[in-house]
Design a binder for this molecule. Sequence first.
Ligand code: COA
Length: 258
Amino acid sequence: MQTLSLSFHNHTLVITINRPDKLNALNKKVIEELSSVMDDVYNNTEIKSVIITGSGPRAFVAGADISEFAALDANGGKAMAEKGQMQVFNKIEHCVKPVIAAVNGFALGGGCELAMACHFRIAGNNAQFGQPEVNLGLIPGYGGTQRLTLLIGKGRAMELLMTGSMIDAPTALQYGLVNYVVPPEELMNKALSVAELINTKAPLAIAGCIKAANAVFDESKNGYETEINIFGELFDTADAKEGAAAFLEKRQPVFKGF
Ligand code: COA
């Protein structure tokens, strides 16, 4: 990996976007490598959860790499947005293992979009969020108009999209964009402790939570029906039998992932 560093903490994979001199801007290589790592996350049974963060003290990700914009025309721009959405942002959102953003500074443009594609976000109190694309004569292309509106509501999203203004971490907390704000030095420990708690649960139940909650935002699906189906299917798993048995025997369950 040229642009990402990867580290394992028990069963949690920490993906660090590693271009600190460019505030971790998402160039083609980062998108390509994130896509490939997400494929590994899907396939590697040792990985139970993922944390995405940025390298250095200043930025999570300060957006798509603007230096690559000069070469783009309408077709190129569309292809870039489509490829990014399909190969990275949608893969993260629909990953059946939890993906948590640990936002350690600027999360702007594609950075805010990357954080929003994750299942939830934890921020350092130095984090700043925004969709400044209008300053470049553009709009977000990696799902920002959709996910920001879903996460913080239309009025607040419209204002952020149209002004290009940033919001600080306490405001992001108040808007429901992040779940916690912690001192920067505690950010990774907080993210790891939440991930490790989730790692103790039954993996197929976690996958079910993600699929059912995502169905709320999928017009092709009836979310209640999705929930009924997944709820039913889980009764056929060994882990659901183990969960109930452990409760009745007053012991901790040992989940196996099937
Ligand atoms: N694309 C490419 N390079 C970027 C970048 C981006 N999105 N964001 C920051 N950088 C680079 C800068 O060009 C600079 O590189 P250099 O040292 O080689 O000149 C380096 O990262 C540091 O950024 P700088 O602008 O000098 O830091 P700052 O503290 O003055 O400002 C920001 C920080 C985040 C406010 C500012 O970098 C910024 O506005 N970035 C662009 C945000 C944006 O519009 N994102 C959406 C893109 S669609």
